[in-house]
Structure formats: structure tokens, C-alpha cells
Design a protein around this ligand. Structure first.
Ligand code: BF8
Ligand code: SF4
Length: 653
């Protein structure tokens, strides 16, 4: 095994990679060394959309400054078409994943509204009313239940809508909506956009890269402003809108003398029930009867984010730590549903005693036990899963080793919470945030989201970027696995403001009592970032569109197709969005330039790519400063930076 420091910057992760090695158990870190990515595929130049291929069509380069005849696939598809088609298909898959999650939630919500699921209820009526208004559902003097049923039905209609445009687009700033309409990229219905994009990218259909990329934007918008947004909203209404809560993170949350159950995946339905059922006296009694001191429920990946944000349930780790949780030898059951679950979990589980349990009808894993979840039998399924873990405790092997790394974190920053924290309960408002951006204490806003990627040092690019941003007074909103990186590194504690942030940002965070990095939830909750950006626009003084804001986004360790869909909807919503690790259209300079430069004039947002996180930070900060200048608020910041008297005044405030 080569230099462990190149694999991860997280001590718990390094310890468990070493343990896996000693135990003779192969993990993703070994495979990443043994197998390199295919260079043709990595640059988006491989087309296998028909059986005459696969065709390898890298971009045609100039020779001695002279343009050469374009290379083509058998059908004549150019490098541009192929790169754009591959990009678009990833966006379609990512949108499908988020949106199919949303469909499951909408179905469970409707069943809940009809009173068919006693485990769930309408917890946040305020949020239900707001969603009803935005979906054009009549409120009048109807009961909460009647409204909820209509909202559930309306959400399900968003998938199959064929014409017009999805009503939730009205949530965006008016100017943004105009841009979408003018470009013809306002989504009609979620399924229609995904299906149409799959059709356009079929052999011999849309063969104009600009048209393909805009169509991908339309599909991605159906993810961010509809699919993901429906997931977040309905989950909040059913399970409660997150409020700040103290949690713990890293593999040290596993307990040697308790039965450990790790819940991993994305849909919060079963995790919510597990949180309740694990407290049942008979479950506790059964756990104690095994000789264990209790039962310890923890989360992994986005399932973890969901139950962390609402209940403070401890988090075992992010994407690249999923196998390593099992490597501790202390996980009695790992319960998975959909997305980001590595098939290798089954193999790693075999090295130890862990029971791997799949629970979604959509996702089975060879070698795993399957206990299917359906909301109509929620408690029964949760009990069965927990009993499997309890009965497995006796099978633990002697080689248990749990790293002692655990960090405290304050999480739970929904759009509404930020509103209350900044403006107070009776005058909740984003205006204080805008004021602090205008006066320059906060230089700008960044959203840093997305995955881990085994091709780069685990947690390093995201952490380096985020530290650099907050040092430069940029407040950072995080979700997904990037949020967990921050948690582990201690950036989600209010004290982190003084320890890591620039003077201006630290003074604001300390006045409000928040960390400089705000955890907004799982990957579907990137829709919260869209709404937060919209609230900032509406609060005034910073332009009239998201693209006017001193803001930028990033996902430096991205790996999933969902991340590309997220990136594309941020770009199509007017945000400069930077990816790292690898860029999927390098096979065509023209396509890449179109996304990195031309898009700034077309959708007023653009893509960027930097392998070096500090370069990424520099570029994002430059973009933020460019927007500050355009708004005429760059002078205020100069004063904050250079006027010591002003600094003291802030400190004393
Ligand atoms: O949806 S950040 S690795 S866990 S894809 Fe997956 Fe990426 Fe993590 Fe959640 Ni999001
Ligand atoms: Fe080759 Fe065209 Fe078929 Fe793609 S669609 S595999 S480029 S022949």
C-alpha cells in the first residue's frame, strides 16, 4: 500500500485502511491503485450508443496551426456531439435518481395524508401551506388533511406533466424565470425531461452540442427546482423542518459494547422509523439480553444527513468510509436503500460478521439479505431489521477496532432557520445577511457540495477549498458528503468562526452564534441552497437575479451522476460552479469552452474546472469580487479590509 496520507486526510479513515490491509480485506482504496480510469471514457470521447461502436472519437487538434478534418464516429457523430451526449446522459441519470427518490417520498406523503401510515404525520403545517400556495393548491377553509392530500396528488402530477411548465419555477426570481422561458428551458414535467433527454441522446437524434446541453439544462432544472425540491419540502413537512442541533461525526461514534446499526443511503422513510423504534422497550430488552449494553443507531452518507439534521443521530462518515465502518468489525447490521451504496459492501461484510440488508424494491445487492421496506408496514420492517442486528451481535469476531476519532458539529440550517437566526423570530429576514454582504463583512456566499472520489485524497480538496473560502470571509453552505468533511474537521462548530474564518465573517458568525460553514442537509437539499439564494435576491440590495449575487458553487470531489445534474442546475440557475478531480467533456475543447465561457452570456451562470483546490478558491473569490464590483459594493469591502477602527468596532459589537 502506497503513502496512506495520499489516500485520506482523515485519521479515522487512515487507521481503518490500515486495518483492512492487516485483515486481508480489499477496499476501494486498493482498487483505485490497481485500476486507472479509462482515458477515452474520462474525457467523454467514447460513444457506445449503438452497436456499430463503441467509437472512440477524441477531439481533432490543429496541426501546425492548421485545422484538421474532424474525426467522427461511424455515424458521423463528432467529438462535440459525443462529449455533449455523454454529459447529457449523466445529467439525465442524476435527475432520474433524485426525482425517483422524490416520487417515493410523494407516494409516502400521500399515504400519510390519507391516514394510511400511522408512523408519519404532517408535522410542519406552515410549510405545507407555503407549498400548497406555490403549487396552486386551494387552501380556503379546507382542513390540513384535505390540503395535504391535494399537495401529495399535485406533487405526483409534477412527474407526468406533459405541457406548460412546472409551477415551482415561480419560486425563482422573476428575472431568472424570464431567462428560462426565453431559452425554452423551463421544464414541463420531470419524467418528460428525463425521457426526452434519453431520446435526444439516442443514436441519430439531436446532433448539435449546444442544443443537447440546453436540453440537459432543462432536465437538470427539473431536478433542482422540482424533483429534489419536492423531496426536501415533503420530508420537512412529514418529519419536521431542521433546526440547529448538536451532533457527532466520524467512525468513533460506533460503540464496542453496543449493537451497532448503520443506516446508509438516501431516502429518510425507514431511517425515521428506525429512530423511533430503536427506543421501544422490547427492542432495548432484546438488545440487553445479548450481553450488549444497548443499541446504537448511526448514519452514513445522505441517510445520515437526514436523521442528523432532524434528530441529531450520530454520523459514522461519508461516502469513502462506508466499507471502513464495516472494517471496524463492530457493525452488526448495515441497512441500505438507494444510491451511493458500493456493491463491494457485500464482500467487505463477508470479511467480518456484518449483515448487509437491502431494503428498497429498486436496489438489491448480490449476497445481501433483503427486507423490503414499504411505508404501509414501516414499524414491522424496522423491527425486523433491528432484530437481525441484535441476533448478529453474538457473531462478532475478536478483531474489533474502533478509531477514537469523533467531532462535535452543529447542524440543521434550513432556509427558514437561517431566516430566524439572522432576523429573529418576529422579523425573520435575510436582510441582515444582505446588509453584511453589502458592508463587506461577508464577502460572498459559496455552496460546496457533493461527494468523495477515490481518485483524489479523501476529504482534502473540499476541505482545502472551504478553509480558504472562509478565511477570505466567504460564508459557506454545505450538503452531502462535503458537509461531513467539514464536520469531521471541526468547521461546523460555532468556535470555528474565530479559529478559521476571516475577521469580517467571524464577527458576524459570533454575533449570531453560528459556524462559518452551515450544514443544510443531504444532496436533495441542494434545493435549499437555491431557495436561500432566492431569499437573498428577494431581501434586496444585491441585484434582481441569482446571477447578480456575489456567490459561487463547487463540488471538487464529485463522482456521481447526481452531482453533475446538481452542477448543471446551479449553472442554469445563474451560478458559477466549479468541479474538481476530473472534467467529463475534455474530449471536446469546443464543448468545454461553451460550458466554461459562452454559458455566462447564455444562462448567466457558467462551469469551471480546477484540479487544485486553492486555484478553485481563487477563481470563486475573483468571481465573487467581480459581482461585488458590478453591484457597486466593492468599495465597502475595501473599507472593512483596511480600516482598523472599523474592525475594533465590529469586535466590540
Ligand atoms: O447524494 S454527496 S457520494 S452520498 S451523491 Fe453520494 Fe455524492 Fe455523497 Fe448522497 Ni450526494
Ligand atoms: Fe459510433 Fe455513432 Fe454508434 Fe456512437 S452512435 S457508437 S458514434 S456509430
Amino acid at each position: 500500500m502506497t503513502d496512506l496520507g495520499k489516500k485520506s486526510i482523515d485519521p479515522a479513515t487512515i487507521k481503518m485502511i490500515e486495518k483492512a490491509c492487516a485483515d486481508g480485506c480489499e477496499t476501494i482504496f486498493d482498487r483505485a491503485e490497481a485500476m486507472k480510469p479509462c482515458p477515452i471514457g474520462a474525457e467523454g470521447s467514447c460513444c457506445k450508443h449503438c452497436a456499430m461502436g463503441p467509437c472512440r472519437v477524441p477531439a481533432t487538434k490543429k496541426k501546425d496551426g492548421v485545422p484538421q478534418k474532424k474525426r467522427m464516429g461511424l455515424c458521423g457523430a463528432t467529438a462535440e456531439t459525443i462529449a455533449a451526449r455523454n454529459f447529457a446522459r449523466m445529467v439525465a441519470a442524476g435527475t432520474a435518481a433524485h426525482s425517483d427518490h422524490a416520487r417515493g417520498i410523494a407516494e409516502a406523503f400521500l399515504a400519510t395524508a390519507k391516514g394510511e401510515v400511522p408512523e408519519f404525520k404532517i408535522k410542519d403545517e406552515q410549510k405545507l401551506y407555503q407549498l400548497a400556495i406555490d403549487l396552486d393548491v386551494e387552501i380556503g377553509d379546507r382542513t390540513v388533511q384535505e390540503i395535504a392530500i391535494s399537495v401529495g396528488q399535485k406533487c405526483l402530477e409534477e412527474f407526468g406533466r406533459q405541457h406548460g411548465e412546472v409551477p415551482l419555477l415561480k419560486r425563482a426570481p422573476a428575472k431568472r424565470q424570464e431567462i428560462w422561458r426565453k431559452l425554452g428551458i423551463a421544464p414541463r414535467g420531470i419524467d418528460r425531461e428525463v425521457v426526452e433527454l434519453m431520446h435526444r441522446t439516442h443514436m441519430g437524434v439531436d446532433q448539435d452540442y449546444q442544443s443537447l446541453l440546453l436540453s440537459a439544462a432543462r432536465c437538470a432544472l427539473a431536478d433542482g427546482w422540482v424533483g429534489s425540491m419536492i423531496s426536501s419540502e415533503l420530508q420537512d413537512i412529514m418529519f419536521g423542518n431542521p433546526m440547529p442541533v448538536l451532533g457527532k461525526i466520524n467512525l468513533g461514534v460506533l460503540k464496542k459494547d453496543e449493537i451497532n446499526v448503520v443506516v446508509h443511503g438516501h431516502e429518510p422513510l425507514l431511517p425515521e422509523v428506525l429512530v423511533a423504534v430503536v427506543k421501544d422497550p422490547d427492542i432495548q430488552k432484546a438488545a440487553l439480553a445479548t450481553g450488549a449494553k444497548g443499541i446504537n443507531l448511526v448514519g452514513m452518507c445522505c441517510s445520515a444527513n437526514e436523521i442528523l439534521m432532524r434528530h441529531g443521530i450520530p454520523v459514522a462518515g461519508n461516502f469513502l468510509q462506508q466499507e471502513l465502518a464495516i472494517v471496524t468489525g463492530a457493525v452488526d447490521a448495515m441497512v441500505v436503500d438507494v444510491q451511493c451504496e458500493m456493491q463491494s459492501l457485500a464482500q467487505v461484510a463477508k470479511c467480518y460478521h456484518t449483515k448487509l440488508i437491502t431494503t428498497s424494491a429498486k436496489a438489491k445487492i448480490e449476497g445481501a439479505m433483503h427486507i423490503e421496506f414499504d411505508e404501509h408496514h414501516a414499524t414491522a420492517v424496522a423491527r425486523k431489521v433491528l432484530m437481525e442486528a441484535i441476533s448478529n451481535f453474538k457473531n462478532r469476531k475478536p478483531n474489533v477496532q474502533i478509531p477514537d476519532d469523533v467531532t462535535d458539529q452543529v447542524v440543521g440550517f434550513s432556509v427558514e432557520t437561517i431566516n430566524y437566526l439572522l432576523g429573529g423570530l418576529f422579523r425573520a429576514s435575510y436582510k441582515p445577511l444582505n446588509d453584511n454582504i453589502i458592508n463587506g463583512r461577508i464577502r460572498g456566499i459559496a455552496g460546496v457540495v457533493g461527494c468523495n472520489n477515490a481518485r483524489v485524497t479523501h476529504d482534502d480538496p473540499n476541505l482545502t477549498l472551504i478553509k480558504e473560502l472562509i478565511k477570505n470571509d466567504v460564508i459557506v453552505l454545505v450538503t452531502g458528503c462535503a458537509a461531513m468533511t467539514c464536520g469531521k474537521a471541526g468547521l461546523l462548530r460555532p468556535e470555528a468562526a474565530r479559529e478559521f474564518a476571516g475577521e469580517g465573517l467571524a464577527s458576524v458568525c459570533e454575533a449570531v452564534g453560528i459556524p462559518p460553514v452551515l450544514h443544510m442537509g443531504a444532496c436533495v437539499d441542494n434545493s435549499r441552497i437555491l431557495m436561500a439564494a432566492t431569499e437573498v435576491v428577494k431581501a434586496g440590495g444585491l441585484g434582481d437575479d441569482i446571477s447578480d449575487l456575489p456567490a459561487a458553487g463547487a463540488a471538487l470531489e464529485w463522482m456521481s451522476e447526481k452531482a453533475l445534474a446538481i452542477g448543471h442546475y446551479f449553472v442554469a440557475s445563474g451560478v458559477y460552479t466549479v468541479f474538481g478531480t476530473t472534467w467529463p467533456t475534455t474530449g471536446s475543447e469546443e464543448v468545454t469552452k461553451h460550458l466554461f465561457e459562452d454559458y455566462e452570456n447564455i444562462v448567466k451562470g457558467k462551469w469551471g474546472f480546477f484540479a487544485d483546490p486553492l486555484e478553485a478558491a481563487k477563481s470563486m473569490i475573483e468571481h465573487i469580487d467581480k459581482k461585488r464590483k458590478a453591484l457597486g459594493i466593492d468599495k465597502a469591502r475595501d473599507r472593512v479590509l483596511f480600516d482598523m477602527a472599523k474592525r475594533r468596532e465590529i469586535d466590540e459589537a
